[in-house]
Write a protein that binds this ligand. Structure first.
Ligand code: BES
Ligand code: MN
Ligand code: ZN
Length: 493
């Protein structure tokens, strides 16, 4: 996909012209739409409500069709409402097999020009995604419906650079979506390790180190090894570093849960509980996608993705409830539920990062608990941060990009319930407050590093497409973390 900017009067033909319309504002002022405006006002067929769309077929226009897209009431506009309006436009164009679009900007005094341009472009770019790799016949009959060219009309010269940045970020989001949508068998530890190693060829400042099973044993990463015991693939720890600011000592470490599949282990998941569990490596995909994108943007930051990859399966070697395993940190863990495996592999990865990578701050991202889905649903992820500065920075990044976080309590009193009679910790307490208890478990392994935990079990993989999320895998987290890193880069440079 290629996008660019052009003046309205010099535009080339395209399959469609996207025309944004505020609710309650007459179309009459838009040149060429006077007659349509009268007809629409008389029939009430299009009112400009948020996400409403309507095709017109004007005579003698550069484009064969114009798509009116409702922006809702101007006084209520937000970056997110614009993203959603332009997402609706993209879906309609795709529905007509449109490959090229000319796009008019949403003009409003409620947002800065840059905010409005950015949100509109994001809405289109994020919606321009499909996962068709696993389709065979139907794709041949019904070929790709993605836009190949988008031209933004009447933009500013400075929008050109912004647009290229937004395209890079959208590719990062699509990279994560592709990984998460893939079959579990196609993203095992060896496969992901090889993929992350390839990052080195994409950017001279990326270095990827893989700890294979033998190294994991030398490093005594007993929890990561335990979780993977029932799998026929070897586990690994991926460490992918981008050094965009070599002079600085600041080092952001992002740790992502990489469970290529989670059956629950011997505490096997029941009913439909397993159905979505190829999504359980979303955290790893997100942190790897973030490092890849940060490098592609040449951000002036040092950031490392640490991704423990394992598969939680059943066989005679599976790790067992009631047994005690040694973590990398030295703390021992009594397994009370093999389905609480994410915190185990994260614990080893984080304690390794704390010991070897000198993080100035550490953020882990994980599809960790079903309880966070119950609490916050599919649009909001839980933020657990004991560090106020980090928490504020993440909240600010969150509101800038519209990937929502809700601050959850890291309530110290519940720590008691994670103690074991025979080991230092149990891995799973009672169901009440279980997202908080998972966070408290992780905190045992971060020492004094400023740390935040994002539980995005609800937002990483959606039950159905929505707004600019066109498939189950949302890619949630990449835009958030890139914004967080950009804000950091902005402060230091
Ligand atoms: N991968 C799951 C969490 C999950 C649930 C992710 C729904 C995405 C959607 C995790 O490993 C898990 O099984 N958590 C258990 C923990 C429990 C045993 C303490 C859960 O939430 O039920
Ligand atoms: Mn599990
Ligand atoms: Zn899991």
């Amino acid at each position: 996909m290629k996008s660019s900017i052009a003046p309205f009067h010099q535009r080339e033909s395209a399959d469609v012209l996207i025309v944004p319309v505020w609710e309650g504002v007459s179309l009459g002022k838009t040149p060429g739409l006077e007659r349509a405006a009268r007809a629409l006002a008389a029939t009430g067929d299009f009112k400009g409500k948020l996400g409403e769309t309507y095709f017109l077929y004007p005579e003698d226009a550069v484009e064969p069709r114009w798509l009116l897209v409702g922006l809702g009431k101007e006084e209520k506009v937000t970056a997110e409402s614009l993203r959603r309006s332009y997402a609706a436009a993209a879906r309609e164009v795709q529905g007509k097999q449109g490959k090229t679009a000319n796009v008019l900007p949403a003009r409003t005094k409620k947002l800065s020009h840059e905010e409005a341009f950015k949100a509109s472009a994001e809405g289109l770019l994020l919606t321009n995604y499909a996962f068709t790799r696993l389709k065979a016949d139907s794709v041949k009959e019904n070929p790709s419906v993605l836009l190949e060219k988008i031209v933004f009309l009447d933009a500013k010269a400075s929008d050109e650079a912004l647009l290229s940045k937004l395209e890079t970020i959208a590719s990062g989001v699509h990279f994560v979506r592709d990984l998460v949508n893939s079959n579990a068998d196609d993203k095992t530890a060896p496969v992901l390790a090889k993929m992350a190693k390839e990052f080195e060829r994409e950017h001279p400042r990326i270095q990827t180190t893989i700890l294979d099973k033998k190294k994991l044993e030398q490093e005594k990463m007993g929890l990561l090894l335990a979780v993977n015991r029932g799998s026929s693939h070897e586990p690994c720890l991926i460490i992918s570093s981008y050094k965009g600011d070599p002079e600085s000592k600041e080092h952001v470490v992002l740790v992502g849960k990489g469970m290529s599949y989670d059956t629950g282990g011997l505490n096997l998941k029941v009913g439909d509980g397993m159905l979505t569990m190829k999504c359980d490596m979303s955290g790893a995909a997100t942190v790897l996608g973030t490092v890849k994108t940060a490098a592609a943007l040449d951000l002036k930051v040092n950031v490392t993705a640490v991704a423990p990859i394992a598969e939680n399966c059943i066989d005679a070697h599976s790790y067992k409830p009631g047994d005690v395993y040694h973590s990398h940190s030295g703390k021992t863990v009594e397994i009370t539920n093999t389905d609480a495996e994410g915190r185990l592999i994260l614990a080893d990865a984080m304690s390794y990062a704390v010991e070897h990578l000198h993080p100035s701050c550490m953020i882990d991202v994980a599809s960790l608990t079903g309880a966070i889905v119950i609490a916050l649903g599919e649009e909001i992820a839980g933020l657990f941060a004991a560090d106020d500065v980090l928490s504020k920075e993440l909240m600010s990044a969150s509101s800038a990009v519209g990937e929502l976080l809700w601050a959850m309590p890291v309530h110290d009193d519940y720590r008691e319930s994670m103690k074991s009679e025979i080991a230092d910790l149990i891995n799973s307490g009672s169901r009440d407050g279980s997202s908080i208890k998972a966070a408290l478990f992780l905190q045992e392994f971060v020492k004094d590093v400023p740390w935040a935990h994002i539980d995005f079990a609800g937002t990483c993989y959606l039950s159905k497409p929505k707004h600019y999320y066109t498939t189950k895998a949302s890619g949630f987290g990449v835009r958030l973390l890139i914004e967080f890193l950009e804000q950091k880069a902005g402060r230091t440079s």
